[in-house]
Ligand binder design. Structure first.
Ligand code: ADP
Ligand code: GLC
Length: 477
């Protein structure tokens, strides 16, 4: 079987802060039927170490970026895992990216340089006698791997792919860290590592990976523009011929309304009623005439939830309800807590809760995703599968996965949700009013729910596309 070494900073169900983990965790099972074996390398955070059952050491790193390290192999939750055990880098409490002060861990450059370096080593030398055909790096935390591989002069035998899940995070480091990151000063050039006077790990990956992918076709186009490229669009334009957008799928076993153990299971929109009653109760909300909307999100600038704060009066006027589950930037957490205290019909839980997210998707009429940019987005896909209508900003993967209830789509009976554009408060208000109008129209709403539930949202379409991409990177035997 052809082998891919996939390297990432998160993998579900072991350690997750967002959709990156879901995708890294789902790809191995999705790619197996395509004839590709994926082995996933992740850092040995406490959350990962405690899940290991029968770890086997496959590599020893005596000097692993400031302390000793081991690469452990194990199978957990059906995943073939390699774990970089390096307590000086990863054994610490709290967030995997941020210290207690809410700022990046100061040694993040070394922490993820180590991960990428070890990935390159494993790809170059093989894993316990298994040759690696393709090194698949995810986001900035894996982005230095193709460069290290090149430096190890092993890039002839192993093809490299960098997947951009989010261009907003570049992996900055001060040039003083070059040595600690095992990056020769000669590589610190404008063509490669240097970006406005600092090291930029993502840029290095964008320049050196054989191919680049991102998580939706629309985001692939957007990345080429200054509006969305976040300063790296120029670099990406030089690689346009090697850039592909492949839509994410969701885990259709974990997210199946007919079998979900966290909810009262159902197969048609009518079956949502019990879940809705339970959800209203859980959030201490009274039933209203309008739809019950939910938000499940990281609370960051990207997600546009400050715009939603400016539109809450529309929901109140239409007697709709809103339940939000989220965690993130302090100013947004505070603003949402305040909104819940002041605006009737709005309830908020600040925190991260996987089981509650299932109950919310099952019980709601609509899910709101007003993102300023969204490489793919997974929660609109959960919404579709659970008959929970997505109301989304018309951007990135949200554009590719939702069919807007415009006149043509309604008359053809194919609409699945509501899109708005530009991403600003007046357009969001109009979209919320449209949602409430459609909800009032009963039949129309149910047709859209059924359309959503019938839409394919798994990996069936995207797995062959990844397989073709991997194949194009494999050296002929
Ligand atoms: P992003 O990766 O940008 O955060 P995605 O929509 O791709 O956005 O993925 C987010 C994932 O994280 C989804 O699986 C979503 O359900 C989950 N999620 C986000 N916030 C929470 C939360 N507070 N509690 C539970 N799950 C959450
Ligand atoms: C990122 C993006 C999100 C995408 C996820 C998985 O976190 O913000 O849109 O769905 O990665 O690819």
């Amino acid at each position: 079987m052809n082998t891919v070494l996939s390297v990432a900073s998160e993998v579900a169900p072991l350690i997750k802060t967002g959709g990156l983990a879901d995708v890294v965790g789902a790809l191995p099972a999705a790619m197996k039927p395509e004839g590709w074996r994926l082995i996933t390398l992740v850092p040995g955070y406490p959350q990962v170490m405690e899940r290991l059952e029968n770890p086997r050491r496959v590599r020893r790193e005596r000097y692993c970026f400031g302390g000793p390290g081991n690469v452990l192999a194990d199978e957990v939750a059906g995943l073939e895992l390699l774990v970089l055990e390096a307590p000086h880098l990863y054994d610490r409490p709290g967030s995997i990216y941020l210290g207690a002060d809410g700022l990046d861990w100061p040694d993040n450059p070394e922490r993820f340089a180590a991960l990428s370096w070890v990935a390159a080593r494993l790809a170059a030398n093989g894993i316990d006698g298994i040759d690696v055909d393709v090194l698949h790096a995810h986001d900035w935390q894996g982005a230095l791997a193709p460069l290290y591989l090149q430096e190890m002069a092993a890039d002839d035998a192993v093809g490299t792919l960098l997947t951009v899940h989010n261009i907003a995070f570049h992996g900055w480091a001060e040039p003083a860290k070059l040595r600690a990151m095992r990056l020769p000063r000669a590589l610190y050039t404008h063509e490669l590592l240097e970006y406005h006077g600092r090291v930029n790990a993502l840029k290095a990956g964008l320049v050196t990976a054989n191919r680049i992918s991102t998580v939706s076709p629309t985001y692939a186009r957007e990345l080429l523009t200054p509006e969305y490229g976040m300063g790296l669009d120029g670099v990406i334009r030089t690689r346009e011929a090697d850039l592909t957008g492949i839509l994410n799928g969701i885990d259709e076993v974990a997210w199946d309304p007919a079998k979900d153990p966290a909810i009262t299971p159902y197969k048609s929109p009518r079956g949502k009623a019990k879940n809705k009653t339970a959800l209203l109760k859980e959030f201490d909300l009274k039933p209203g005439k309008g739809p019950l909307c939910v938000v499940i999100s990281r609370l960051t600038e990207q997600k546009g939830l400050d715009l939603l704060l400016q539109c809450l009066h529309v929901l109140a006027e239409r007697d709709a309800r809103l339940a939000l589950l989220g965690t993130g930037e302090a100013w947004l957490e505070e603003a949402w807590r305040k909104a819940a205290a002041e605006v009737p019909g709005v309830a908020v839980k600040i925190g991260y809760d996987e089981a509650l997210s299932h109950r919310m998707i099952a019980g709601a009429d609509a899910i709101l995703i007003p993102s300023r940019f969204e490489p793919c987005g997974l929660t609109q896909l959960y919404g579709l599968r659970y008959g929970t209508m997505p109301l989304v900003a018309d951007t990135g993967g949200l554009s590719d996965t939702v069919i807007d209830a415009n006149v043509a789509a309604l008359s053809m009976g194919v609409a699945t949700g509501i899109k708005f554009n530009p991403v600003a408060a007046p357009q969001l208000r109009e979209a919320l009013n449209r949602l409430c109008d459609i909800y009032d129209s009963d039949d129309g709403f149910v047709t859209m729910q059924k359309n959503g539930m019938a839409q394919p949202v798994g990996w069936a379409a995207s797995a062959p596309r990844y397989a073709a991409l991997y194949e194009s990177l494999r050296c002929p035997d």
